[in-house]
Ligand binder design. Sequence first.
Ligand code: GDP
Ligand code: IMO
Ligand code: MG
Length: 424
Amino acid sequence: MPVTAIVGAQWGDEGKGRVVDALAQNMAWVIRFQGGDNAGHTVVNEYGEFKLHLIPSGIFYPQTKCLVGTGCVVNPATLIQELEALEAAGVDTRNLFLSERAQMLMPYHRLLDGLQESASGSGAIGTTKRGIGPAYSDKSARRGLRLGDLLHLEWLETRLEQALAFANRELVHFGQDPLEAGELFEQCLAWRDKIGHRLIDPLPPIRQAYQDNSNILLEGQLAAMRDLDWGSYPYVTSSNPTATFAPVGAGLPPQAVDAVMGVVKVYTTAVGAGPVPTDQGDNEIAQWLREKGKEYGATTGRPRRCGWLDAVALRYVSYLNGFTTMAITKLDVLDGLPELKICTAYRLPAGQVIEYVPDTPIYETVEPIYESWPGWPENSTNSARSWTELPQAARRYLERLEALVGVPIKYVSVGPKREEMFAL
Ligand code: GDP
Ligand code: IMO
Ligand code: MG
């Protein structure tokens, strides 16, 4: 399938980075199509362990070109740090390109994210405080700066003054000192020196790759349960992590996307506020999943909320994305548990049973209804490299997952390392 979107199927952190890293070798392009450095995509390979925030997870293959796409919001400061860390580890980053049309995330966006969150009290979203909401707000309000502006200095100067006038009004409202346009402009010049040569108009090469039937991976950030339109609004991010947005953010027509792979973790995790029906709080199961699965945020270090797999949410996300296949991750984390549960429906407070994801005010009130499956307490899945090497109970559990979602499993991951994933 020449163009495949790889997207999160739950509340983020499913292992998108590891799946993209494992599949990127034969790709002409890997394109991040939305989000910003709120992402933390972990990749473990021969170069070491990396938490990629902005750079596509295909970066480790010099022959694979990587693009930070037009749909992204890019903080040049974190991008430069990330490039330096990769280069220090011996990774050749000459294959990284940036869309000139991607939004530039500015220091005031980060400040405002933190201030808005603090001012929201109990209504806080629990954002990553990376400035994502304010940057996409400026994009929608049409006062955002774009990376390409770094190459047009007069234009940049005017646009920066206009954007900063708005940002400063809000900073002052929060009791902060206004930022200086001159200082930010100097900062932009320093960024231009470091990343200006990577800026491209992505359409000519992407269109060519598409017309040549070259393999292209579209890498999503986060997941549909935090989608701006279809997630549990307002407990969402400010972009659309669904595959539907992938061609917009990458620069492809909609019919270009041949396949959509949903990355599914065999249990649920989430960071931030909002309804997550199968969240186990701090009970024994939550602690097992959090410690064995190392479920601490790759970007903020926050402990992740953990719980059983939610097949109702998965079906919803699968429909919205049009999953054609699934990549299953973290099966090994369930090794040792005698009993597993899968949520197959929700119960409303009045007793009615529903099998769909309702809007947030109702979603906050649902109770999960579970079915039980035997675990494989005596066996380990970590060394399995084929379907038949998995314990029988693990195969049954995955077959049930497959049946509940109605989409075939194509890959199974049994550990974080590149080689710890196999195809079916
Ligand atoms: P992403 O944001 O979707 O790329 O996922 P994260 O990197 O935030 O979180 C996934 C975490 O699980 C990372 O620490 C990965 O190294 C780790 N991981 C990925 N796949 C597996 C797996 O199959 N087994 C185990 N034990 N860890 C995994
Ligand atoms: P990856 O790509 C998990 C969550 C935040 C918060 C909400 C909004 O690694 O899966 P934002 O900073 O985007 O305005 O926060 O979204 N969130 C993530 N949760 N993984 C991520 O990225 C996330 N990016 C944002 O915790 O609930
Ligand atoms: Mg992550």
